[in-house]
Design a protein around this ligand. Structure first.
Ligand SMILES: [Zn+2]
Length: 704
């Protein structure tokens, strides 16, 4: 059958789409234009057609869907968060948009329209909730869901005029949990907090509750959507069985046990939600009697599955370079780290943004130090932030000259795989060689072309990917890109296939040893999923048929190697791994936490205020992992695209430096490695001669 699903990226929408596809149906998944949650749906799957449309355009959906459909599943509903549930205007618009959806479904010839209603329609209750009860919804959200149900049934009755036509089914959904739910849902917050051994602050939790596992919910909806023959009723409660209904506190205690008894639930700390402390005591005999559907997953089983899905989603089990299983014990674990250095959340995105735990491992086979997280979603794009300094230009010029002169590469074809907007290729055009580049991010390709460079859009996706149109190439270049790659092996294989027989390469990556010796833990970021040193880089290269001819430490903190393609791939890793001392990273974390606490204490005693300067990844990490996040009032940054947004994980507001004049502080802490003195000058000249200026050097807080 052909089924339309609105709100297809929502928790329940995405789960329904998956089930429908699994049953072999064709699904038109409707998502909001530019939906941030697009990844909730499969990237590509047979039978899935994703269409972007606003909810207010649903009455013209036949313009986008060129065929008759069978069913319509309507989950599209704005503002289901706690605040918007109280907003009458937002909720009233949902009613109007849903009426449009109903008309759209009719135009498509759908035989059934299934609506995702809510227990909130019932209002505050202490007794069993049955479909025919008179409803007294409290929240605007509940009122709107109820109102739409009434209007929809009225409309259908008029249209059908007693004859067979589209059926309206109203599923009153109670409390659903499971993989894919919001991270801030009660179940997910409990699981996450307990597993982190944290304190979970809760309301009294004395109300009766009823949780249904998402797979059971989806099966219930399917039973309503595909029920043969005509429905007797229009409204159906969808929840777990009556026997599952018990005080919310019981559920919390069960989750606590299932998390191994870690963490602490603390009751009575939070006020009740928008609707007040409502009980959920559903009667589900109607759907059971009519469709034969029964919930199958117990709460304990559902929680186990939710925990397992979370673990499977977040962690890689194997070394990204050699495929060896990563050791069970981690080298170091950092909590509350920013989930990304580049995705800076706005007010809306902030609701789903939270800190992540980064576990550092060292592969016991190839020795590569790496995080066991999934990569950031933009790892194919080159990120070269900050000014393009003369030091860097000079370095590249020297490296190019050495490479070309030493190996006689005049007139040869060079390609940079991951060339950004061609910053380093421009320097290469000074030499008598042919210059090409490949870059994944379209905007950067455009900028590079505007500079007159020959750059193609592309990425080293697989061994058979052709890079650009001028291959094979004689030399490849890769500057600080490999440390972002979750599959550097495939990247190297692809490059190898695009090279001439004895092709060469120049690769740079940040040095692990430098970070261990000189940097604080706050240099570690999720964007850099791997941390190379000469020996691990050399092993990886040998594994994929490259021999290292020269190695050099450049700019003090970067490993640079010149390689040649060889016939033989070396899989032997017998050589012992060098000793590495990771204790400095842990110590730097402890030391910085101690110093920032001291600063916090001093500011409190002197009744002084603090702001940070520098919405850099180092600033984000410090704000999120030390008490600076709760001590500082804001982060100043001169980059306009960061202003008005929030630091990932700590959620400190990012403001323009001029904000200081409106909301002055007593102390400014600069966290912008490389620009500290320049920024201190700006502060003194433009803002205040008296404000105290501090900075972070390695693991020390210093007054400037
Ligand atoms: Zn390995």
């Amino acid at each position: 059958m052909k089924i339309v699903v609105t709100g297809a990226t929502s928790f329940l929408g995405a789960a329904s789409v998956k089930e429908l596809l699994g049953r072999g149906h064709k699904v038109y998944a409707l998502v909001r234009p530019g939906s941030l949650n697009r990844k909730a749906l499969p990237k590509e799957q047979e039978g899935l057609i994703v269409l972007e449309t606003e909810l207010s355009q649903l009455d013209r959906i036949e313009e986008k869907i060129p065929e008759t459909c069978d069913g319509f599943l309507h989950f599209g509903w704005d503002g289901s968060g706690s605040e918007n549930r109280k907003n009458a205007k937002v909720q009233q618009k949902n009613v109007e948009d849903s009426m449009k959806a109903l008309k759209g479904a009719q135009k498509l010839g759908c035989r059934r329209f299934l609506f995702g209603g809510s227990q909130a329609e019932y209002g505050q209750r202490r007794d069993i909730m049955r479909e025919d009860d008179v409803c007294h919804p409290v929240s605007e959200y509940g009122k709107a869901k109820l109102e739409f149900g009434i209007r929809a049934r009225e409309y259908i009755k008029q249209q059908n005029n007693g004859l067979a036509g589209m059926e309206y089914i109203h599923a009153r959904i109670f409390s659903v949990y499971g993989p894919g739910d919001h991270p801030w849902s009660l179940v997910n917050t409990c699981l996450d907090t307990f597993r982190r051994d944290g304190v979970m602050e809760l309301g009294a939790c004395t109300q009766f509750w009823n949780f249904l596992y998402v797979d059971d919910l989806v099966q219930a909806l399917m039973s309503l959507l595909f029920y043969p023959g005509k429905r007797k009723e229009e409204i159906y409660n969808v929840a777990a069985e009556g026997a599952a209904t018990r005080p919310l506190r019981d559920y919390v205690e069960e989750m606590h046990v299932l998390c191994g008894g870690m963490g602490t639930p603390r009751y009575g700390c939070l006020p009740p939600n928008a609707e007040g402390p409502a009980n959920l005591i559903p009667d589900i005999s109607r759907i059971q009697d009519e469709t034969g559907w029964r919930p199958k997953v117990s709460f304990a089983e559902g929680i186990r599955r939710t925990l397992a899905a979370g673990a499977a989603e977040e962690r890689r089990q194997h070394c990204l370079a050699c495929g060896e299983r990563l050791p069970n014990s981690v080298l170091l674990s950092f909590r509350d780290m920013p989930a990304s250095a580049q995705n800076i959340p706005d007010a809306q995105e902030m609701k789903t943004d939270r800190g992540i735990t980064l576990n550092l491992h060292r592969c016991s086979r190839c020795g590569l130090v790496q995080f066991d997280c999934m990569p950031v979603d933009y790892y194919r794009d080159v990120i070269r932030s900050g000014g393009f300094s003369t030091t860097m230009t000079e370095l590249r010029r020297r490296q190019y000259r050495h490479l070309i002169e030493t190996y006689g590469l005049e007139g040869k074809k060079f390609i940079e795989a991951g060339c950004g907007q061609g910053e380093f290729l421009t320097v290469l055009t000074e030499f008598p060689v042919r210059v090409y580049g490949v870059e994944h991010k379209r905007d950067l390709v455009r900028s590079a072309r505007e500079k007159g460079l020959t750059v193609w859009e592309g990425f080293t996706e697989s061994e058979t990917t052709r890079l650009g149109e001028e291959g094979p190439y004689d030399v490849f270049l890769s500057f600080n890109f490999m440390e972002h790659q979750p599959d550097p092996g495939t990247m190297l294989e692809c490059i190898r296939e695009n090279l001439t027989e004895d092709g060469m390469g120049l690769i740079t990556v940040p040095s692990l040893e430098y970070i261990l010796q000189y940097d604080g833990y706050y240099e570690l970021i999720r964007d850099h999923i791997a941390y190379y040193s000469f020996d691990t880089l050399e092993r990886l290269l040998a594994l994929h048929g490259f021999q290292v001819l020269e190695k050099e430490m450049v700019n003090r903190d970067t490993c640079s190697v010149i390689v040649r393609k060889v016939k033989e791939k070396k899989t032997d890793m017998a050589a012992a791994l060098p000793e590495l001392d990771f204790s400095a990273l842990e110590k730097s974390h402890g030391e910085i936490c101690r110093q920032t606490r001291k600063l916090q204490e001093r500011l409190r005693q002197e009744k002084k205020t603090l702001a940070l300067w520098g919405a850099s990844h180092q600033g984000f990490t410090l704000a999120a992992t030390t008490c600076l996040g709760e001590t500082a009032s804001y982060i100043m940054d001169s980059a306009p695209f960061k202003q008005g947004r929030f630091a990932p994980a700590s959620h400190l507001p990012i403001v323009a430096p001029e904000h200081f004049l409106e909301e002055p502080v007593d102390v400014i802490l600069i966290v912008a490695p490389g620009y500290t003195d320049e920024i201190a000058e700006i502060i003194r000249n433009r803002f205040s001669k008296t404000v105290q200026i501090m900075t972070m050097r390695s693991d020390r807080l210093e007054v400037l």
